[in-house]
Design a protein around this ligand. Sequence first.
Ligand code: SF4
Length: 310
Amino acid sequence: MDEISEFSKDLRNKISDIAYIGNLEVLRRQRSADGTEKFLFGLEDKQTIESVLIPEKDRLTLCISSQVGCAMGCRFCRTGKKGLVRDLRAWEIVDQVLSVNRLYSPKKVTNIVLMGMGEPLANFDEVVESLKRIVSYTGISKRKITLSTAGLVPKITALAGKAPDINLAISLNATTDEVRDRLMPVNRKYPIQALIKACRNFPLKSHRAITFEYVLIAGMNDSPEDARRLVRLLKGIRCKVNLIPLNPHEGSDLQRPSVAGVLAFQKILTDHDVTAFIRESKGQDILAACGQLRGSYSEKASSDMPERSI
Ligand code: SF4
């Protein structure tokens, strides 16, 4: 603020009391062979976060982070390995969108997904505030914003009150508590039935549906019985299911299922009138896919993809 010499000192002091000018630093950009672009942002305390831009025919979707690291410890996720460093402030969440808009001008981000680093509902107040600001600063409608949670049940209910118009996605990934406990420690506190009940009670607008994300892991959650249990669990909920074959990361003992296995799982769902899509994560060659974000600057950029330092 002190650098804005056009303002009087008195005015600068007044503004400093009520406002703050922040700016994320773009430390690295990596572009995938499929067009996905990953941004590594530096924060003022030298921490780093990542955002992923997924260009499609008529939209630019930005996957943003809500925390540095994550405390949830999901077994299939690389971000969780780092543990939680800290929550992001609302402006740090918003600035991921504004920074990418500046870099891509005159194009603009059209859709937002909170599926990057962190559990958004664990940083509830800052995330809710950031959603308000994103809508007001960028004009992106709430209908184009999706928040994904590992299943913090009380916060799902709270979200319905604070930001009822955004889309809700649930990272489900198992159909029994025994398996989900092993994959997602949050399940020990909020088991599947409690999570599903919160989803049933979530006030959905007309023509809207909850998205259930289901990472398919060979031999763990991908059996025909799992698919049938999933049908029963979701009965009566207006929803769709995204089936995501696992993107294994280094050091993980989990395996990706076969293509035939994925298709068979999908067929059981669709045969029972559950809308189910197979989603291949974008940007796997630059570790930008679901569960691969880490946000480490010292880490060597993956593979032979071009790396652009700004
Ligand atoms: S999947 Fe999401 S909630 Fe789970 S550890 Fe990774 S970032 Fe956290």
